[in-house]
Design a protein around this ligand. Structure first.
Ligand code: FMN
Length: 222
């Protein structure tokens, strides 16, 4: 069992990375006795890469890169690993009402080569593995809905679903950005309420991420 989690936050110990680690633990916990679990967390911000360059080498009939990204940079090995994983878990903070630029750029490179320019816009991904998407954001659940973040999420999930498999999702709201809010200019948030939320609610979010990982692997066996 080979599960790849992809962190679209620059913070290696932030909300997104922490939840991804719990999701991997949940996935690993379902391994049968004797079954090896290869669980890997990739931090996109460690890598130097660009978005899709629109070279269309992935669509060139008879071309050496048909169905694969031809761009040579740090993302190449990760894309190859992702294409053959048993399951994929994407994690991104919400930046300006969207997934992070680094995650979007990664998804362009991962998914676009799989889409065939045929009438159905069909997928030639080598595997249609189960996927999950974990989002983290400052706003509350109510604000998330008012700001229509679910529509943004549905859009990206639709592309993932059409190329691979429809993602399971976890939306973690009202996250804590700072260890000590008193050290930052931050009038728009109640630092004490944020710190309390971190202590009282984030552990539940982590358990939800653990369950998501377990459910993801269960779905690989269906
Ligand atoms: C550049 C930037 C833009 C952000 N934009 C939003 C936003 O539009 N909506 C929101 O709810 N939170 C926003 N946030 C807050 C983060 O999404 C939130 O703190 C997230 O949980 C951070 O994840 P991390 O701890 O994994 O880095 C933004 C943070 C940064 C740094």
């Amino acid at each position: 069992m080979n599960i790849l989690a992809v962190n679209g936050s620059p913070r290696k110990h932030g909300n997104t990375a922490t939840l991804l680690k719990h999701a991997l633990e949940g996935a690993g916990g379902t391994a049968a006795p004797g079954e090896s679990a290869d669980l890997r967390l990739v931090h996109l911000y460690d890598l130097q890469y660009t978005g899709c360059r629109s070279c269309f080498a992935c669509k060139k009939l008879g071309g050496a890169s048909y169905g694969r990204c031809a761009v040579r940079d740090d993302l190449g090995p990760v894309l190859a690993e992702a294409a053959h994983a048993d399951a994929l878990i994407f994690g991104s903070p919400v930046y300006f009402g969207d997934i992070s630029g680094q995650m979007r750029t990664f998804l362009e490179r991962l998914l676009f080569p799989f889409f065939v320019y045929d009438a159905a816009y069909s997928s030639i991904a080598p595997r249609r593995m189960p996927t999950a998407f974990i989002y983290t954001m400052n706003v509350t659940e109510e604000q998330m809905r008012e700001l229509r973040y679910p529509a943004m999420m549905a859009s990206i999930e639709d592309f993932v679903g059409r190329a691979l498999r429809q993602p399971l999702t976890l939306r973690v709201t009202d996250t804590c950005q700072f260890d000590d809010y008193s050290k930052y200019m931050c009038e728009c948030f109640d630092g004490e309420a944020k710190t309390r939320r971190r202590a009282e609610h984030f552990p539940k979010d982590c358990r939800a991420a653990f369950s998501l990982g377990a459910e993801l692997v269960t779905s690989t066996k269906k």
